[in-house]
Ligand binder design. Structure first.
Ligand code: SAH
Length: 221
């Protein structure tokens, strides 16, 4: 999976992508990230990427043209690149928006299955000129019912969740775990944890070795 991120703050992604599973997955070639900064293609001398909203109102709106220029570059350029995939490239464009369709694991699964390239368009300020979505055919997606200062965290959250659905990203053991009956309540050593005079113990059933009983317990915890 190749993630293409259009953002005026590409550095925000550095720390998260340079450690742990997403780092390993990039090194192994399972996933790839590329960044595109609208400021790099602005025509005006102050590198402005936003302007005041038509119809008035507070705040600024991100201008359509720099974003569309980058989107065209991505969709044309990557088609010509040497392709590490055997299958044909399939692009999906997602515009992060608090008013969009809510992101869920099933969306992550189908995106990982159906596409080779995902383009994320990250908004800032009051949002993005609506003609970007119209021209690119982007799906508007929200990561939840709250408003962030920008789309970068939302793009990162989605990439993380989509990446773990891509082949090879999770180790065999972790992928198998995913298919098993899993519980949100889990324990590791020590068996008895002492804290302020009280003892907190691991539920007996997990120590029983009875896998049928353990699975039953996990379904309800
Ligand atoms: N005035 C806008 C809010 C803009 S927030 C409104 O009410 O719709 C600025 C940018 O942050 C948005 O363009 C979007 O890209 C991103 N963003 C904020 N909250 C988000 C969320 N919950 N999910 C996805 N993107 C979000």
């Amino acid at each position: 999976m190749h993630f293409h991120i259009i953002s005026i703050f590409p550095k925000l992604f550095d720390s998260y992508l340079s450690d742990s599973i997403l780092k390993r997955a990039q090194d192994a070639g399972h996933i790839q990230f590329s960044f595109y900064d609208p400021r790099s293609v602005t025509q005006n001398k102050h590198k402005k990427v936003d302007d005041i909203p038509y119809g008035g109102g507070p705040g600024m709106v991100m201008m359509a043209e720099p974003i569309i220029t980058l989107w065209e570059e991505i969709t044309k350029k990557t088609l010509k690149e040497k392709i590490p995939f055997t299958k044909k490239r399939h692009f999906k464009t997602i515009l992060l928006s608090p008013g969009g369709n809510t992101f869920r694991t099933d969306m992550a699964k189908s995106l990982a299955q159906d596409y080779t390239d995902i383009i994320f368009i990250c908004g800032r300020y009051e949002g993005i000129d609506a003609r970007v979505a119209e021209i690119t055919g982007a799906e508007l997606v929200s990561i939840g019912n709250y408003v962030l200062t920008g789309g970068e965290l939302a793009a990162m959250v989605m990439s993380d969740s989509i990446a773990r659905q891509c082949n090879g990203v999770l180790g065999k053991r972790e992928s198998l775990e995913e298919e098993r009956i899993s519980s949100h309540e889990m324990y590791t050593r020590p068996e008895h944890l002492k804290h302020r005079g009280r003892v907190y113990s691991v539920p007996e059933v997990l120590l029983s070795g009875n896998h049928k009983k353990i699975d039953e317990w996990r379904e309800t915890h």
